[in-house]
Ligand binder design. Structure first.
Ligand SMILES: C[S@@+](CC[C@H](N)C(=O)[O-])C[C@H]1O[C@@H](n2cnc3c(N)ncnc32)[C@H](O)[C@@H]1O
Length: 222
């Protein structure tokens, strides 16, 4: 049987393939991201949340257990299908959408915008932060957690083994420095409230290059 290598620059198609094994592959970045989100002190009771790049719903499930409503957006039909299997609840709505395009939400309609391991695939951060500012209510927060750029400089990148050939598929990604994220947030009018750099939680990782970078920002009341 002929198999064709997926085009790594077609990020949605690459994730369609990865969706089959995304949850079962060993993936320390995915797991550390999940652990760190669960330590954030978000009070989501009665709150409306937008999650961009929800993937297979690893974090959507956690948000759904706490928030009044969740809109979870992704442009990979395969990843969304897995997420819909995982999280079926009337207050959670999945939307297939490319977050590089204007987001399908009204101005000032959510209390939290969250994105995990998605912005490495987005070249222009300004558009994302401008959309976050637009859809956030006064006092609302956004939280983005990404593969640390130092790791990217070491050659790390979202990747998976092709199911049929076993070949490693590296999904197209862009390098954004920590300052690129922070300055994009500031340019959008958001106030940065926390910057985190997280390592694996093993003694051997104490002096290692951080695995994750995360940013929390607030839309201040007008
Ligand atoms: C590494 S996965 C992370 C999934 C999930 N947030 C998690 O933490 O496990 C990245 C996700 O972002 C999605 N994604 C990447 N670029 C996107 C875009 N421009 N618009 C919408 N989704 C995008 C991919 O389809 C994929 O599901």
């Amino acid at each position: 049987m002929m198999t064709h290598a997926p085009d790594p620059t077609d990020v949605a198609a690459a994730y369609d393939r990865w969706s089959q094994v995304y949850d079962t592959d060993e993936n320390r970045t995915r797991d550390l991201d999940a652990a760190m989100l669960r330590r954030q002190d978000f009070d989501l009771r009665g709150r409306d949340v937008l999650e961009i790049g929800c993937g297979t719903g690893k974090n959507t499930a956690w948000l759904a257990g706490r928030a009044r409503s969740v809109v979870a957006v992704d442009f990979s039909a395969g990843m969304l299908a897995q997420a819909q299997r995982r999280v079926a609840a009337p207050h959670v709505r999945f939307v297939r959408h490319d977050v590089r395009e204007p987001w399908p939400l009204a101005d000032a309609s959510v209390d939290l915008v969250i994105g995990n391991l998605v912005l490495e695939h987005v070249e222009t951060l300004d558009d994302v932060f401008a959309q976050a500012f637009r859809v956030l209510r006064d006092g609302g927060e956004c939280y983005f957690c990404e593969l640390h750029p130092f790791r990217q400089m070491m050659g790390k990148q979202a990747r998976f083994a092709h199911l049929e050939t076993g070949e490693t598929v590296r999904v197209a990604a862009f390098l954004h420095d920590v300052s690129d994220y922070v300055n994009a947030a500031i340019r959008a009018g958001l106030r940065v409230v926390a910057v985190h750099e997280w390592r694996d939680e093993t003694p051997a990782s104490a002096a290692a290059i951080p695995r994750l970078f995360a940013l929390r920002c607030r839309r201040e009341p007008r």
